[in-house]
Design a protein around this ligand. Structure first.
Ligand SMILES: Cc1cc2nc3c(=O)[nH]c(=O)nc-3n(C[C@H](O)[C@H](O)[C@H](O)COP(=O)(O)OP(=O)(O)OC[C@H]3O[C@@H](n4cnc5c(N)ncnc54)[C@H](O)[C@@H]3O)c2cc1C
Length: 297
């Protein structure tokens, strides 16, 4: 049905292979378009034939349910990841990893992307989520975004028009597919940029449970609080449901300590939310996106 020539398609593909959580049932199809034109063709075909599709990048902020994903997963990653630098402007395809992009910026002594150097997502995912860390966020550096809109039109928006906010943007509101992004940085000093990046990496390694699969911070930061502290102060550090566990190192992370199922993670999330609500009257909203079907039976 979607047999466009040269397209890379994986059938009945376990989403464990495509998510940083290493969790998830099979997707009917995972398609990895090799060009913007191919990507647009795939989406057009899905829309025309009423096939559900889900756009993913590096799968570092999603929890795929155990029943898998019906329809098509369109994966935009290495397949669409060109980076072009001219002066202090970078034009980058949405599948490029932030880690690679920030290294390129460093190589060119361009300042402003240091915050992104340890975020394991693609540029597309980072625009959808307005990814951020250590006082920086995508909003600060994005000058233009080229997207495919719901009507199938390729349009451009300025950074200001993207309605960037804490862990969200217009991409989520309007179902845009991010194709390409223009990033504007400042000319800086190589050693200073490197020092900042090294410091952030060190802080991540010390504080975050990077040795286990996860989807990063499980919850958004509630106003006036830190999710991890609320969870820890509620006595939930180390709590386990099957192989899903509240990290001992950082209570804001639910980790997969073996072969966790999505159900175990979702149950653990519910327990955390209820305990924190009962104790502190604070609602913890998941940051990760839960997608796919519940397992039957
Ligand atoms: C160890 C670890 C540390 C992390 N640290 C941070 C951090 O410091 N700060 C932070 O903000 N996040 C962090 N994250 C979360 C995650 O890396 C970011 O949210 C990242 O931006 C997600 O990008 P992705 O490509 O993996 O997106 P996915 O997980 O694949 O998708 C996330 C969302 O973006 C959408 N999306 C992806 N690509 C596109 C596209 N091209 N067009 C339209 N929509 C798209 C998806 O549909 C989905 O809704 C961390 C995760 C891990 C595992």
């Amino acid at each position: 049905m979607l047999g466009v020539v040269l397209l890379k398609i994986l059938y009945n593909e376990s989403m464990k292979n495509h998510t940083s959580f290493k969790i998830g049932g099979p997707a009917d199809k995972v398609i990895m378009p090799e060009s913007e034109e191919e990507l647009i063709r795939v989406i057009q075909k899905c829309r025309k034939e009423n096939v559900d599709y889900f756009i993913m990048g590096n799968g570092s902020n999603i929890l795929v349910r155990d029943g898998g994903i019906k329809g098509v997963v369109v994966k935009i990653e290495k397949n669409l990841s060109n980076i072009n630098i001219e002066g202090n402007k970078i034009t980058v395809q949405s599948g490029a990893l932030l880690t690679r992009l920030s290294k390129k910026a460093l190589k060119n002594s361009l300042e402003g992307l240091e915050f992104a150097s340890g975020i394991p997502g693609t540029v597309g995912g980072a625009i959808a989520m307005n990814a951020g860390a250590y006082g920086g966020e995508m909003k600060d550096v994005v000058s233009k975004v080229k997207v495919l809109d719901k009507k199938g039109k390729v349009i451009e928006h300025s950074g200001e028009e993207m309605n960037f906010r804490y862990r969200g943007s217009r991409v989520q509101d309007e179902g845009f597919i991010v194709l390409e992004v223009e990033i504007e940085l400042k000319e800086g000093n190589y050693d200073e940029i490197k020092e900042k990046m090294d410091d952030f990496t060190k802080r991540r390694k010390t504080k975050q449970p990077l040795e286990y699969p996860s989807a990063g911070s499980t919850f958004k930061r509630p106003e006036g609080y830190y999710a991890g502290k609320l969870i820890q102060d509620s006595g939930l550090k180390g709590l386990r449901h099957g192989d899903a566990q509240v990290s001992e190192k950082h209570s804001g992370f639910v980790i997969n300590v073996g072969d966790a199922t999505s159900k175990e993670v979702e149950n653990l999330i519910k327990v955390i939310q209820k305990t924190v609500k009962d104790r502190y009257n604070v609602v913890l909203e998941p940051e990760l996106k839960v997608i796919g079907e519940k397992q039957k039976g």
